[in-house]
Design a protein around this ligand. Structure first.
Ligand SMILES: Cc1cc2nc3c(=O)[nH]c(=O)nc-3n(C[C@H](O)[C@H](O)[C@H](O)COP(=O)(O)OP(=O)(O)OC[C@H]3O[C@@H](n4cnc5c(N)ncnc54)[C@H](O)[C@@H]3O)c2cc1C
Length: 432
C-alpha cells in the first residue's frame, strides 16, 4: 500500500462513501478507512434513504442497490397515553418509475455503496481505526491508525466518522458533543412474513409505509418514535435528547417498551420476532451546533459536522451531499493547483451555505431551543388534541355547538389564551 494519497476519507458511511466515490471518479488517489469489519457493520439508521442524493452519485443505483420498499404513505401521529391523532398522506404518485424514498438496511446498503467506491478506483481498508490526525504545526498531513506502522499521509483528510467525531475531538478540531444537541435512539428489528406486513399496512408488494410518532410516549422528553416497513421486517425505534434522558433517569429501552405497548402501536407489531437491537446517537443541535468544518488539510462531512435536519428526519441525504461537496471542493482545488489550506478549503463551507443542507438547517435554526424550552408541545398538546377528537367523534346526544365550546374550553383550561397564542407564535417563528 502506498504511504501517501491525494486524499484520505475516514469512515465508510453515506458521507465517507459519497466523498470517496466522487474523488475516485475524478481520478484522485483516495484511501477510505473504516473501523468496522465491513462498511455498515457498525451503522444504525431507521432507515429511510432519499433517492435524490444517491442518484446524483450513482444514477443507476436502482439496478442493484439493496432496497427494501419504496414509500407510498407517510403517517404522522400525535400520541397521548391511549389514542393517536394524526395525518396520513398516501399517493399512487409515489409508485413512480423512479421512486423518491426507500427503506434500507444499513449493513447491506453501506456494503453495496462501498463496493461502488472500490469499483471507481478507491482503496478501501476495513478493520482499521483512525486514532488521531498527523499534524505539521496546525496543518493536518495524514492519519495515524491502530495498525502497526499505520501512519498514512495525504494532502487532505475528509473526516466522515459519524456523530461522535472522535478523531476531530482528539485532535482539538471539534468540541465534545453537548447532551442537549444530541439524541439517543434505540431501535429493534421486528420480523414478520412479507404478506403480513403488506396486509397490516395495506400496501402492495414493493410499497412501504413510514409512521413518525410524537407525544406523551416520550414522557415529557423531546423526541419521536417511528415504525418503518422493510420487506420482511419492521424497524421500530424511539429517540430523545441525551440531556432529557439524563435529567429524567429514564432508560431508553424502557421507553421503547412503552412505545411498543401503546394501543396504537401494539397491533402493528403483534406476532413479530425481534432479532436485532441497536442504540445510536443522532446530532440534533441543528444550524447553531455545526462546528468549524474545514481547516488546514482537513474537511468534515456528515454527522461529524452535525448535518442533520431532525424535524424532517434527514441525515443520510445530508451526509451524502456534504461528502460529495467536500470531495468536489478538493477536486476543484487540485485541478487549479491550489494548496489544501484552510483559506482555500473554506470554499466547502461557502458551497454548503448555498446548498439545501445549510438553507434548511438555517431555516430551523431556532427550533431545537424552542422545543427544548417548551415541553408542552409533547405533553399538553397531545392530550388536548386527543381529547378534542374524542369529544368531536363521540356520538352521545350532545349537540355539535356544545361540543365545540367544550373543546375550546379544554384548550383554554389546558394552556390559557395567552399560552395558546404564545405557543403558536413561538412555533411559527421557529419554522418560518
Ligand atoms: C435510529 C436512527 C434512525 C435514523 N433514521 C434516519 C432516516 O430514516 N433517514 C435518514 O436520512 N437518516 C436517519 N438517521 C441519521 C443517519 O443515520 C445519519 O445521518 C447518517 O448515517 C450519517 O452518515 P455518516 O456517514 O455521516 O455517519 P455514519 O453513518 O455514522 O458513518 C460513519 C462511519 O465511520 C466509521 N468510523 C467511525 N470512527 C472511525 C474511525 N476512527 N476510523 C475509521 N472509521 C470510523 C463508522 O464505523 C461508520 O462506518 C437515523 C439515525 C439513527 C441513529
Amino acid at each position: 500500500m502506498p504511504e501517501r494519497f491525494d486524499a484520505i476519507v475516514v469512515g465508510a458511511g453515506p458521507a465517507g462513501n459519497a466523498a470517496a466515490l466522487t474523488l475516485a471518479e475524478a481520478g484522485v488517489s483516495v484511501l477510505l478507512l473504516e473501523r468496522g469489519e465491513y462498511p455498515g457493520s457498525k451503522n444504525v439508521q431507521g432507515a429511510i434513504m432519499y433517492a435524490d442524493q444517491l442518484q446524483a452519485l450513482i444514477p443507476d443505483f436502482r439496478d442493484d442497490a439493496p432496497l427494501e420498499r419504496h414509500i407510498v404513505e407517510q403517517r404522522i401521529w400525535m400520541l397521548d397515553d391511549s389514542a393517536h391523532v394524526g395525518t396520513h398522506y398516501r399517493s399512487d404518485g409515489f409508485n413512480e418509475e423512479l421512486p423518491n424514498r426507500y427503506t434500507i438496511i444499513r449493513a447491506q446498503f453501506d456494503k453495496w455503496f462501498a463496493k461502488k467506491v472500490q469499483a471507481a478506483g478507491a482503496l478501501l481498508i476495513c478493520e482499521t481505526t483512525v486514532t488521531e490526525l498527523l499534524k505539521d504545526g496546525d496543518r493536518v498531513v495524514g492519519v495515524r491508525t491502530d495498525r502497526a506502522g499505520g501512519d498514512i499521509h495525504a494532502d487532505v483528510v475528509i473526516l466522515a466518522d459519524g456523530v461522535n467525531a472522535l478523531v476531530a475531538q482528539r485532535s482539538g478540531l471539534r468540541d465534545e458533543l453537548k447532551p442537549d444537541n444530541v439524541a439517543l435512539a434505540v431501535k429493534e428489528m421486528h420480523f414478520l412474513p412479507e404478506e403480513v406486513i403488506q396486509q397490516r399496512f395495506n400496501i402492495g408488494e414493493n410499497e412501504g409505509v413510514v409512521i413518525e410518532a410524537a407525544g406523551t410516549i416520550t414522557d415529557g422528553m423531546l423526541g419521536t418514535g417511528f415504525i418503518y416497513t422493510n420487506r420482511e421486517s419492521l424497524s421500530v425505534g424511539i429517540g430523545c435528547l441525551v440531556s432529557d434522558f439524563a435529567a429524567s433517569k429514564t432508560r431508553p429501552y424502557d421507553l421503547l417498551e412503552r412505545f411498543k405497548q401503546h394501543p396504537s402501536i401494539r397491533p402493528l407489531l403483534a406476532g413479530s420476532e425481534v432479532k436485532e437491537y441497536a442504540a445510536h446517537l443522532i446530532p440534533e443541535g441543528g444550524y447553531r451546533a455545526v462546528p468549524k468544518v474545514f481547516g488546514d488539510g482537513w474537511l468534515m462531512a456528515g454527522d461529524a459536522g452535525q448535518f442533520v435536519n431532525s424535524l424532517h428526519r434527514e441525515g443520510s441525504n445530508m451526509a451524502m451531499t456534504t461528502g460529495r461537496i467536500a470531495a468536489e471542493t478538493v477536486i476543484d482545488l487540485k485541478r487549479e493547483g491550489k494548496p489544501m489550506n484552510g483559506r482555500n478549503l473554506s470554499l466547502y463551507r461557502k458551497r454548503l451555505e448555498d446548498s439545501y443542507v445549510m438553507k434548511d438547517l438555517r431555516k430551523y435554526r431556532d427550533l431545537p431551543q424552542v422545543l427544548h424550552r417548551n415541553k408542552q408541545f409533547v405533553t399538553t398538546y397531545p392530550k388536548l388534541l386527543a381529547g378534542a377528537a374524542d369529544t368531536w367523534f363521540r356520538v352521545d346526544g350532545v349537540d355539535k355547538r356544545s361540543k365545540e365550546r367544550q373543546i375550546v374550553r379544554s384548550f383554554l383550561k389546558g394552556r390559557s389564551l395567552r399560552g395558546l397564542v404564545g405557543d403558536a407564535l413561538r412555533l411559527a417563528r421557529a419554522v418560518r
